[in-house]
Design a protein around this ligand. Structure first.
Ligand SMILES: NC(=O)c1ccc[n+]([C@@H]2O[C@H](COP(=O)([O-])OP(=O)(O)OC[C@H]3O[C@@H](n4cnc5c(N)ncnc54)[C@H](OP(=O)(O)O)[C@@H]3O)[C@@H](O)[C@H]2O)c1
Length: 340
């Protein structure tokens, strides 16, 4: 298997001066891949040179990934300080004391004494049963509340104070929600995990994060071709089938997925592609044959504002469509204000 020297992989600097790899690997099996399959890919990816892994309690595989980390360290493949491990508190663990419990469970499962990044996975306590379909709704779901979010964040800050978490992160936020909570945070997030791919570039949110010293981490960087059924609608555009992406891929002799990764890295976000079969190519593409400025300009033009992870299963009673989750009019949606 190809080995890419992690020292050669470009780095990104966080607001606190820490340097992290410009690419990581996702670990969500999208309801298609078993924890065993995902953890085997993680084992291969570490040996291939990956050093950043995007985990989450809800992915249901942290215990097996923990075994893989432990084994790799035991074999001397990697030292703890060379690894960057993220995890996230799931929506059903937002109550007082729950965030601490959830982090403790994650640390135990991952067999680590600290996390490099801990994210609030979604900014509200709404959750769905694993494997549910797109129409399923939880009647207990609630609107976003600054007060409830800060209950979660205060616990995140305590984890940071205790040294259990080195960086705090938010995920699936919007500019209005960030505007509301950032001034209240004693410890600022250094990272923001959001959906980012050529057909969904979120330029305003991206620029907002960068202007606030927050590094964007891009999820679904390839447009998540294997995403769960509940996150698929007929209007969705496949990034890897966009003619411009395909043409640039042909010019470089690579799969269109690789063009998506190169674009993400050269733009400046940290993509976290999931892969069982192609992770080596995704890491390798960060160290050779960059896209030209002209190709980057073409790719900037393919943005279609095509959100794939719409989050409709998190809607609260009274909400009318998934658009309500994303504050598209520049204010935090209260109730429901748009139709599909
Ligand atoms: N914070 C959040 O709310 C959130 C939400 C969604 C996702 N995430 C994170 O983001 C990660 C990535 O998102 P994702 O898994 O949904 O989608 P993705 O990374 O955009 O797409 C993954 C798919 O692309 C294929 N692929 C990867 N590299 C390829 C290549 N070089 N050539 C051809 N196909 C390739 C993979 O197939 P093979 O396996 O065959 O290579 C896999 O089916 C997740 O695993 C998770 O860690 C976070």
């Amino acid at each position: 298997m190809a080995f890419i020297d992690p020292k050669l992989v470009p780095k990104r600097k966080l607001a606190n001066g820490q340097e992290i790899p410009c690419i990581g690997m996702g670990t969500f099996g999208s309801d298609h891949f078993s924890p065993e399959q995902v953890s085997r890919a993680v084992a291969g990816a570490i040996r291939c040179g990956y050093r950043l892994f995007d985990c989450a309690s809800v992915y249901g595989n942290e215990d097996l990934i923990g075994e893989v980390f432990e084994q790799a360290m035991k074999e001397g493949v990697v030292k703890r300080e060379e690894l960057f491990v993220t995890s996230k508190v799931w929506n059903d663990m937002h109550g007082e004391g729950d965030v601490l419990l959830s982090c403790a469970k994650t640390l135990k499962d991952l067999r680590l004494s600290y996390l490099d990044f801990y994210f609030v996975h979604w900014p509200f306590p709404n959750y769905h049963a694993p494997g549910c379909d797109g129409d399923s709704r939880n009647p207990d779901s609630k609107l976003f509340s600054v007060e409830e979010f800060m209950t979660v964040w205060r616990q995140m800050e305590r984890l940071h104070d205790m040294g259990l978490v080195r960086n705090l992160g938010m995920s699936n936020m919007t500019i209005p929600k960030l505007e509301a909570v950032l001034p209240l945070c004693r410890i600022q997030p250094t990272v923001l995990e959001i959906e980012l791919h050529p057909c969904f570039q979120q330029p305003e949110l991206y620029d907002y994060a960068v202007a606030h010293g927050i590094l964007p981490i891009g999820y679904c960087p390839i447009g998540s071709p294997n995403r769960p059924e509940r996150d698929t609608t007929p209007e969705d555009i496949a990034d890897t089938q966009v003619p411009e992406v395909m043409e640039i891929a042909k010019a470089h002799g690579v799969h269109p997925a690789v063009v998506c990764i190169k674009w993400a890295v050269q733009r400046g976000q940290v993509p976290i592609p999931f892969s069982i079969h192609n992770y080596a190519a995704n890491l390798e593409c960060t160290v050779k044959d960059p896209l030209t400025d002209a190709e980057m300009a073409i790719l900037k033009g393919v943005d279609k504002n095509c959100r794939l992870i719409k989050g409709q299963v998190f809607l609260w009673p009274g909400a009318t469509s998934w658009h309500d989750l994303w504050d598209e009019d520049g204010v935090i949606v209260k109730g429901g204000n748009k139709t599909c």
